[in-house]
Design a protein around this ligand. Structure first.
Ligand code: ADP
Ligand code: MG
Length: 326
């Protein structure tokens, strides 16, 4: 199978799924460029994320889950900015044209794309070590994008969903923890099939003052907001929401996984105390659990406290690809 057959067979959809309201694709795959029509009054939000085997995913992952995750981590960035997803491109390096892999990968990818009403509008395909690079494009009314820099001292700090299950799965794969079959399946699903919080992000436009998605761990990613907003934060470490599998683990492991786990793809966001009802409404409207975990302070630095208000001495760091992992 040649490059063009591969693109036609696995990535060109004929007929295209029905266009969504507000669809912006005037021309998709097949020419030198895709042609997109912006919604009047909107701004475009664009983000790219690359997945490399052995670094971002294990070779044991099922192809359909990999297709899902490659798009999910990108949609998570749009969610963090409150954008409405519109289209995406896919650049793919493959060791060989493995039909079983490609069929599964495309199935997982398009299932998530269809759930969000977005079309694959182009890309690039080459032979090489497995590497998946997606660029997503979304829109938001001009001036409404949620940014890392918008937080203010005194804001409440929130996190969506639960944290730490992806790291728990990684520890189980490494053999450092033993999980029951059911708990392992739960944690593994969180690691391999994260659900980007797109609906919540959009519902938070005009409500939240700042937002970021958690890809490298809560503490590290919150640190980016603090730096951009020139603030500090006080967070009740054990208020960070965790799922049933992680709750069975020792407290030290719970804290490591929730604070420094990574791969969570939840949203951290801040909002003024006057917006508590509006945050609750956004949570309900999007069907996404939201937990208040602390507040932003004028005093720089991240202070982690326990349930008694005592400051915790240890602060697990976020993941950095060019340093040792946490
Ligand atoms: P060019 O050489 O002009 O850059 P290509 O020959 O690489 O174009 O690609 C032909 C068409 O197929 C283009 O429209 C391109 O966007 C699309 N395409 C290539 N690879 C992919 C892919 N993996 N997924 C989606 N579209 C792709
Ligand atoms: Mg060309």
């Amino acid at each position: 199978m040649g490059e063009f057959d591969l693109i036609k067979r696995f990535f060109t959809r004929d007929p295209q799924p029905p266009a969504q309201p507000g669809a912006t694709v005037a021309l998709g795959i097949g020419d030198d460029c895709a042609v997109l029509s912006p919604t009047p009054g909107a701004q475009w939000l664009v983000s790219t994320d690359m997945l490399v085997e052995g670094r971002h995913f294990l070779s044991t992952v099922a192809p359909d889950r990999l297709g899902h995750k490659a798009l999910a981590v990108n949609l998570s960035d749009l969610a963090a900015c409150g954008a409405t997803p519109r289209a995406f491109t896919l650049a793919l390096a493959l060791p060989r044209a493995d039909e079983v892999f490609l069929e599964g990968f495309a199935r997982g990818l398009f299932a998530l794309a269809d759930a969000h009403g977005i079309a694959l509008v182009g890309g690039d395909t080459t032979a090489g070590p497995l590497n998946i690079c997606i660029t997503v494009m979304g829109e938001a009314p001009a001036g409404t994008a949620l940014l890392r820099s918008g937080a203010q001292a005194g804001d409440d700090l929130y996190v969506s969903g639960t944290l730490g299950d992806a790291r728990l799965a990684l520890e189980a794969f490494r053999g450092t923890v033993q999980l029951s079959g059911e708990d392992f399946a739960l944690a593994r699903r969180a690691m391999e099939q994260p659900q980007p919080r797109v609906a919540l992000g959009q519902a938070l436009r005009g409500v939240a003052r700042s937002a970021i998605d958690v890809s490298d761990g809560f503490a590290g990613d919150l640190g980016h907001v603090l730096k951009r907003s020139n603030l500090g934060a006080t967070v009740q470490a054990d208020a960070l929401p965790r799922g049933p599998a992680l709750l069975k683990q020792p407290l030290a492991l719970q804290r490591l996984c929730t604070l420094a786990g990574g791969d969570d793809y939840e949203l951290i966001f801040s909002a003024p105390a006057s917006a508590r009802a509006a945050v609750q409404a956004a949570s309900t409207a999007s069907g996404t659990r939201v937990t208040r975990v602390g507040q932003l302070d004028a005093e720089l630095g991240l202070r982690l406290i326990d349930a008694q208000g005592q400051v915790l001495p240890e602060q697990p760091a976020g993941f950095d690809h060019f340093k040792a992992s946490a």
